[in-house]
Design a protein around this ligand. Structure first.
Ligand SMILES: Cc1cc2nc3c(=O)[nH]c(=O)nc-3n(C[C@H](O)[C@H](O)[C@H](O)COP(=O)(O)OP(=O)(O)OC[C@H]3O[C@@H](n4cnc5c(N)ncnc54)[C@H](O)[C@@H]3O)c2cc1C
Length: 514
């Protein structure tokens, strides 16, 4: 039957559920009675996962598209600015070993590729410092903008660190009050099928059946609709990405004036790594590791050593991680978004960006009747299988260039048997030239070629010298770009406030609305 889409039912009220419901509602103006109705069903007894504090710059656009004021978001979600990631101890494991993956593209990129020139001049500066002004901003603890910069605009590209629990609640309030999403607080306890095998309704404990034409599974790791009901298989990626456990906690700042770091700090440990995320009112810290290579006790000790004396009074949450994703994400009239679709370790904050991308594709290509749903589903599945594959490659890249030998974890990570063929091919190409947009011709990229450059050259990878001269033709243009970058470093580091100063001003005055 060619039924029209009148109601979209989102099951799950974590970040994935509310972002998806909000995106569809904003796009289809569901608060007008004639339009598509968006219903979100959320269990009162199963809380959202409550971790996931690092985002991508895409979040600015997502919030703006929902009609959210940046000042409200920053104040209510205790958000702060994130300007990329600093990877410590990933290459040699020594104290002075670090590199940056900033969010500003290399100067002149992609028109002018500075990587070969940087390598040729055997510059003493790190790659990211030589080609981008953001590393200096981060090292000086500065914000990516000023109080006079309008909301969502930037001096340096930025994302956010946010309080995940507050964020779901904030989105819920906005989606219900401003975007007309109907919120049902109830447990889904059953599923009714239509004659042709679609989901006709979900059965709730207190509110009976909730009918719809499209169902969005945002039920977190339980993957109630896509995984449990439709039995879509899980593609296990743990042979490539070994992390299987997280220990997460929250740490207070030492004082009211303690600096708020404006990038995620990822510190490699003997069998994993520690994230350290500065929010406006506290830090979120966690250790992810592989139990195949270390014991939980040692992992706890490593986290305790990192945090210091404050550790003994903290609540530590243990979260098992199963690296992988569903074989397909959209089956019949059900599509999974968020943890129900899959999860990979949070090394590059790729989960929420996939939620945003899924939500925007569903909103923009929402099948208005059943006849076209399978076509949209096919496109969605192709797009997201591609994206998950690229994310696996990009995360693995961080491990294969490490020279650490202190634990078999690092040695096994470099074993070609554990490296996807697609990544091995790229590494072979990049022996002879630097990564460029030509390597990622798809419209569906999550990480641009510049991100690969930052990680490769940050970790000491070198293009074969013999082949370097092919890429050194326009030296004049390259010299100009290096000069512009130096000039930008001088300019912005004099002009920008510290991250804490800016956040305090936002609490006091707010940002200019656009
Ligand atoms: C250790 C760790 C660190 C992470 N760090 C990052 C990061 O830095 N950046 C990033 O982008 N992502 C990160 N993530 C991922 C991020 O937390 C999630 O992608 C995000 O929170 C979305 O979760 P969700 O909404 O899919 O699931 P959840 O938050 O688990 O929400 C599930 C929802 O489903 C509902 N539900 C379940 N069963 C039923 C039922 N039977 N009936 C009705 N409702 C039901 C629950 O009530 C809940 O509302 C991290 C994840 C982990 C585990």
């Amino acid at each position: 039957m060619n039924t029209r889409t009148k109601s979209v039912v989102v099951v799950g009220g974590g970040t994935a559920g509310w972002i998806t419901a909000g995106r569809i509602a904003a796009h289809h103006q569901s608060n007008s009675e004639t339009k598509i109705q968006i219903i979100l069903v959320e269990s009162p007894g199963i809380p959202p996962i409550g971790v996931g504090e690092g985002t991508w710059p895409t979040m600015r656009n997502t919030l703006r598209s929902l009609g959210i004021k940046e000042t409200d978001f920053i104040r209510e979600c205790h958000a702060s600015f994130k300007q990329g990631a600093k990877f410590s101890r990933w290459v040699t494991g020594e104290n002075d070993d670090f590199y940056y993956h900033p969010l500003v593209l290399p100067q002149g990129f992609p028109k002018c590729d500075l990587a070969p020139f940087w390598q040729n001049e055997s510059n003493s500066k790190s790659f990211s410092e030589a080609v981008c002004f953001q590393e200096d901003i981060c090292e000086s603890g500065l914000a990516p903008k000023m109080i006079t910069t309008p909301e969502y605009a930037s001096v340096a590209n930025y994302a956010y660190h946010l309080d995940s629990g507050k964020f779901s609640a904030f989105l819920q309030n906005h989606c219900v009050k401003k975007l007309g999403v109907r919120h049902i607080l109830d447990d889904v306890v059953g599923i009714n099928a239509t004659a042709d095998g679609d989901i006709g309704s979900v059965v709730t404990k207190q509110n009976g059946e909730v009918r719809g034409e499209l169902f969005i599974d945002c039920t977190g790791f339980s993957s109630l609709l896509l995984g449990e009901y439709f039995e879509v298989p899980f593609v296990d990626c743990s042979d490539v990405l070994f992390i299987d456990t997280a220990l997460a906690t929250q740490v207070s700042y030492e004082g009211e004036d303690s600096p708020i770091v404006s990038h995620t700090v990822s510190t490699a440990t003997e069998a994993g790594w520690i994230w350290d995320i500065g929010l406006s009112h506290r830090r979120g810290i966690g250790h992810v590791f592989s139990t195949k290579y270390t014991s939980e006790e040692r992992a706890e000790q490593t986290l305790s050593d990192y945090i210091g004396p404050a550790y003994k009074n903290l609540n530590i949450r243990k979260i098992p991680i199963k690296s992988g994703h569903r074989k397909q994400f959209w089956k019949k009239n059900c599509v999974a978004v968020g943890l129900s679709a899959g999860f990979l370790e949070p090394l590059e904050a790729s989960a929420l960006v996939l939620v945003e991308m899924s939500a925007s594709m569903i909103a923009e290509q929402l099948p208005l009747c059943r006849e076209v749903m399978d076509i949209t589903a096919k496109r969605f599945n192709e797009t997201f299988l591609y994206r998950w594959g690229r994310i696996v490659d990009f995360l693995k890249l961080h491990y294969i260039l490490s020279r650490r030998t202190d634990n078999q974890f690092w040695i096994d990570n470099r074993d070609p048997e554990t490296i996807p063929e697609s990544l091995q091919e790229l590494m072979k190409l990049w022996k002879y030239r630097s990564p460029g947009d030509v390597d990622f011709a798809s419209n569906y990229e999550v990480f641009p070629a510049a991100s690969y450059q930052y990680v490769l050259y940050g970790m000491g990878f070198k293009t074969d010298r013999e082949f370097l001269h092919h890429a050194l033709s326009n030296k004049k243009l390259a010299d100009e770009q290096f000069k512009i970058n130096k000039h930008n470093i001088d300019k912005v580091t004099k002009m920008l406030p510290t991250n804490r100063e800016l956040l305090s001003k936002i609490y006091q005055y707010g940002l200019q609305a656009i």
